[in-house]
Design a protein around this ligand. Structure first.
Ligand code: SAM
Length: 218
């Protein structure tokens, strides 16, 4: 199976899930809490250029736009983007949604102040390449904000990818904060700061260990 076959299966999975995704995603129900956490992690003093990679239905991108930032948001699954575009319209927010995988998207190097990747690393065949691309997209002094969790501890959060697809994804079980810190370091970022303590209660029912980390491109 080629990398393109794997991506095709992943993209098809998310397009099929798109119509019901916002109904089950706890981060949508908790968008006000996420807004507080992301606002702190962005540490912005003025409107910034934000790139959201693997935006899905745009939950993160919409929060960034609501905070007054200029947002470009990429996803391979057109079905997810259709939901995202409708949500942006309903909320009166301007987000540039682009239907491209993060590996294929031609994003100008040094064109962003913030790059977000929320719950995306676990579903990539090449998660390190995604972090290196995030570093490349950022201006020096810009920050990546990464959030994910150890999804294997809670069956309700597991994907139903076919076994041969899941086997191609090195982080399909999810990842810990320590692992994410190592990866950020390896990708060339400075020391990471964690933000998940700002949630008053665990954001995912089932007490999934999760993290929100930011790290600066030197
Ligand atoms: C679990 S959803 C997370 C969506 C969103 N970031 C959020 O926090 O709600 C994972 C998303 O990653 C997207 N995705 C998977 N592989 C991708 C890739 N290589 N490039 C861009 N998006 C990708 C999927 O289409 C899906 O929308």
């Amino acid at each position: 199976m080629t990398a393109s076959d794997v991506q095709h299966a992943v993209t098809g999975y998310w397009t099929a899930r798109a119509p019901k995704f916002d109904g089950v995603a706890s981060h949508v129900a908790q968008s006000a809490l996420w807004q507080e956490v992301l606002e702190a992690a962005f540490a912005a003093k003025q409107p910034l250029d934000v790139v959201d990679l693997g935006t899905g239905t745009g939950a993160c991108a919409l929060v960034a736009a609501a905070l007054g930032h200029r947002v470009r948001a990429y996803d391979g699954a057109e079905g997810m983007l259709a939901v995202a575009r409708a949500a942006a319209k309903a909320q009166g927010l301007a987000v540039d949604f682009i239907a491209e995988t993060l590996q294929d998207a031609a994003i100008a190097p040094g064109s962003a102040d913030i790059v977000t990747l929320r719950n995306v690393l676990w579903t990539l065949e090449q998660p390190m390449a995604a972090l290196r691309k995030a570093c490349d997209i950022l201006r020096p002094g810009g920050r990546v904000v990464v959030s994910d969790g150890l999804w294997s501890v809670a069956p309700q959060y597991r994907s139903t990818y076919p076994a041969d697809i899941a086997a191609r994804l090195p982080l399909h079980d999810g990842l810990t904060e320590d692992k994410a810190r190592q990866m950020l370091d390896e990708a060339g970022f400075g020391p990471a700061t964690s933000w998940q303590h700002l949630f008053l209660a665990p954001p995912y029912p089932g007490d999934v260990p999760m993290f929100v980390l930011s790290a600066m491109r030197p």
